[in-house]
Design a protein around this ligand. Structure first.
Ligand SMILES: [Zn+2]
Length: 284
C-alpha cells in the first residue's frame, strides 16, 4: 500500500516534488528538485517502507540524482539515507558539520525509537559528506544553503530558490502540526530564528518540515503554536498538565504523538500511559 504522497509544483522550468512521508514516518517532508537532466533531493524520510517508496518515486522521473542534502539530525529527515544511497550510489550525500555530528548518534536514536518502529528503522546509517559553500545551481537557478540559529533543533540548514521565491524551511516551520520541543524546548529562540529567516529570505511558496506547503500563513501558524506553548509551558508546570491544553487549543493538528511522547517523562512509549496520553494518540 502506498503511503507517501507527492504534489508537484512547476516553477521556472523546475519541477518541485513536495513529498510527504507516511503517518508512521511523522508526515515529514522531502523535496525532490527535478531539473531538465538531473535532480537534487532534500531530506529522505525515516522508515524503510517510506524510503523504498521514495526511491521508486525518484526512479520514476527517469533522471539521475545528483545530490541529497539533509536539513538536520532528526531521524524523520535522514533515516532513508541507506536506501537512497543503495539505489543512487552516484548521488553525493551532504550535510553541514553539526548535522553530521548529530547523525553519529544514530545507534542511540535507533534504540530510542525501537519500541515504536522495530525493523522499520535501517540497521546501519550511511554517513553523508560535508556540505560546504553557500549555494549550488540547478538549471541556472541558485539553491542557497541557509544555516539556521537554534529553533526546532540546535543546528539545521534550510534552503531557498531565491529567484523562484521558494523557501524549503525544514523543521524551522510546521503547518497545522504540533511542534517538536524535546530538543531545544525554547520557543523564544525558535521565534527569533523565524524572524531572522523572514528578514533573509524572499518567498511566497513555503515547504515546511511537516504539514502542507503553502504561503506566508505557515509562518503565522508556527508562531501561533509557539506563542501558546510559551504561555502554558511555565517553569514548574508538569508537561502532562499543559499538554492537554495544547491538544485542545489546536484540534486536528498532525503529530499529537510528537506533542506527548517526546516531552516530559515519556521516552519512546515508556511513560506514555502515566503521562496521560489519550488512547487515540497511541492508535488505541
Ligand atoms: Zn521533523
Amino acid at each position: 500500500m502506498k503511503s507517501i504522497t507527492c504534489e508537484i509544483v512547476e516553477k521556472g522550468g523546475l519541477k518541485l516534488h513536495v513529498l510527504t512521508g507516511s503517518p508512521a514516518g511523522l508526515v515529514a517532508k522531502a523535496v525532490l528538485i527535478e531539473g531538465a537532466r538531473e535532480s537534487i533531493l532534500i531530506d529522505c524520510f525515516m522508515t524503510v517502507a517510506d524510503a523504498d517508496e521514495l526511491v521508486a518515486h525518484i526512479k520514476s522521473t527517469g533522471k539521475p540524482l545528483r545530490a541529497v542534502y539533509i536539513t538536520h539530525g532528526h531521524p524523520d529527515h535522514y533515516g532513508g539515507l541507506p536506501a537512497v544511497h543503495a539505489a543512487f550510489p552516484g548521488a553525493e550525500l551532504l550535510a553541514r558539520q553539526p548535522v553530521l555530528d548529530a547523525l553519529v548518534e544514530w545507534p542511540a536514536k535507533k534504540v530510542h525509537w525501537a519500541d515504536i518502529y522495530g525493523d522499520q528503522l535501517p540497521r546501519d546509517m550511511v554517513m553523508p559528506g560535508l556540505l560546504t559553500g553557500t549555494h549550488t545551481e540547478i538549471d541556472g537557478h541558485t539553491l542557497r544553503f541557509l544555516d539556521q540559529p537554534p529553533a526546532e533543533t540546535v543546528h539545521a540548514t534550510a534552503f531557498d530558490l531565491p529567484d523562484l521565491r521558494t523557501f524549503i524551511a525544514g523543521d524551522l516551520l510546521f503547518n497545522r502540526s504540533h511542534l517538536y520541543m524535546a530538543d531545544t524546548n525554547n520557543p523564544v529562540a525558535w521565534k527569533k530564528a523565524i524572524a531572522a529567516a523572514k528578514a533573509d529570505v524572499s518567498y511566497d511558496f513555503i515547504i515546511p518540515g511537516h504539514g502542507d506547503a503553502g504561503g506566508k500563513e505557515i509562518i503565522a501558524n508556527t508562531i501561533e503554536w509557539l506563542d501558546f506553548y510559551e504561555s502554558v509551558a511555565q517553569p514548574g508546570v508538569r508537561f502532562q498538565d499543559f499538554a492537554p491544553k495544547i491538544y485542545a487549543r489546536f484540534p486536528g493538528y498532525a503529530l499529537p504523538l510528537i506533542l506527548w511522547v517526546t516531552r516530559g517523562p515519556g521516552f519512546g512509549l515508556c511513560g506514555a500511559a502515566e503521562a496521560g496520553v489519550p488512547p487515540e494518540v497511541l492508535g488505541g
